[in-house]
Design a binder for this molecule. Structure first.
Ligand code: DAH
Length: 338
């Protein structure tokens, strides 16, 4: 029996050396320690031993059992840590891989220009207000002293909707809305979108304007000039010159268009300014008495000036792109440059 036990020990230790994974180990355990296992079998036979043999063999059996159990446990530990290591290797994350850079958004170039224009006028005391982009003929034309036979009302320029509605062709109708809402003094700017049936390198059907309106007692054309020259110098640099050319707008009298000295050639004349040295940037004038009458202001009591400028145009003077339509193609490679 002694030899039998020692043989089992040998066999067990050898089997443990060969075992490859936890599953094999488990079947080995059943083989030796299970209810019908090898060791259990031998132990069962102890009852047949003589009185003096029993303690000796019993002691030996216990020793072998302990030795085998210990060997099992350490094999199990080794296999488990091997398995864990393998799992960790498989699930490993390579922390040395460079991360993905988040794409930062920023303001659209036209909005950057618009913000700058707003800042300059805010600082001169003009408050920004807004109005609807879907307008009536009354606000977009009639109240602005634009009779129905005026070329600006031609179908070619205006997007007409149904029921006398249209997409506003300029931000000027907000002048009327503002004056209806409040009494003078008024000092506002109106940043916003306008729409015209127009599409070429310097026109998009949707574009932005900033309107300006100042109404008070004794307002003169020279104050209009002062405000606009100050704006031009802040926007385009201190060396910028501005000139006013007589013009016609139905809602101002007298009216003017204002040019700035070319930002590319400093007024010497180049391709950008058509070799004139000047670039037109806005329309302006003294508010026509008819406009005041439309909002029940007394033209004998108050005077005012107004102006309107195209934002894409000004953005283009800053960023110099050959085709302003690219502002609205939403190509991030283009927009990301500004
Ligand atoms: N509304 C004009 C346009 O879209 C621009 C303009 C000119 C606005 C003179 C004004 C103004 O307020 O006084 O072409």
């Amino acid at each position: 029996m002694k030899e039998e036990l020692q043989a089992i020990q040998e066999e067990g230790l050898e089997a443990l050396r060969q075992v490859k994974d936890l599953k094999e180990l488990e079947s080995l355990r059943i083989d030796f320690f299970g209810r019908k296992g090898k060791l259990t079998d031998v132990m069962k036979g102890m009852g047949n031993l003589s009185q003096d043999q029993r303690p000796i063999i019993g002691k030996l059996a216990n020793e072998i059992r302990t030795a085998l159990t210990d060997a099992f446990d350490s094999t199990k530990n080794a296999l488990e840590s091997k398995q864990q290591e393998q799992q960790l290797m498989e699930e490993a994350i390579d922390v040395t891989l460079p991360g993905r850079k988040p794409a930062y958004g920023k303001a659209h170039p036209v909005m950057q220009t618009l913000d700058r224009i707003e800042d300059i006028f805010n600082q001169m005391g003009f408050q920004a207000v807004t109005g609807p982009e879907i307008e009536t003929e009354h606000y977009n034309f009639d109240a602005l002293n634009t009779p129905s036979d005026h070329p600006a009302r031609d179908l070619h320029d205006t997007f007409y909707l149904t029921d006398g509605h249209l997409l506003r062709t300029h931000t000027s109708p907000v002048q009327i809305r503002a004056m209806e809402k409040q009494k003078p003094p008024i000092r506002i700017i109106v940043p916003g979108k306008a729409y015209r049936v127009d599409y070429d390198v310097s026109h998009t059907p949707m574009f932005h304007q900033v309107e300006g309106l100042l109404v008070d007692r004794h307002v003169t054309f020279s104050e209009l000039k002062g405000v606009l020259v100050s704006f031009a110098k802040q926007m385009f640099g201190d060396q910028t010159k501005m000139r006013f050319r007589p013009h016609f707008f139905p809602f101002t009298e007298p009216s003017a268009e204002a040019d700035i000295s070319c930002t590319v050639c400093q007024g010497k004349g180049c391709r950008s300014c058509g070799h004139t040295g000047w670039i037109e940037i806005l329309g302006a004038g003294v508010v026509d008495p008819e406009v005041f009458r439309a909002v029940n202001y007394d033209p004998e009591e108050v005077t005012g000036f107004a102006f309107g400028m195209g934002v894409e145009r000004i953005a283009n003077l800053q960023f110099r792109i050959p085709d302003i339509r690219t502002f609205y193609e939403n190509d991030l490679r283009f927009l990301g440059q500004f």
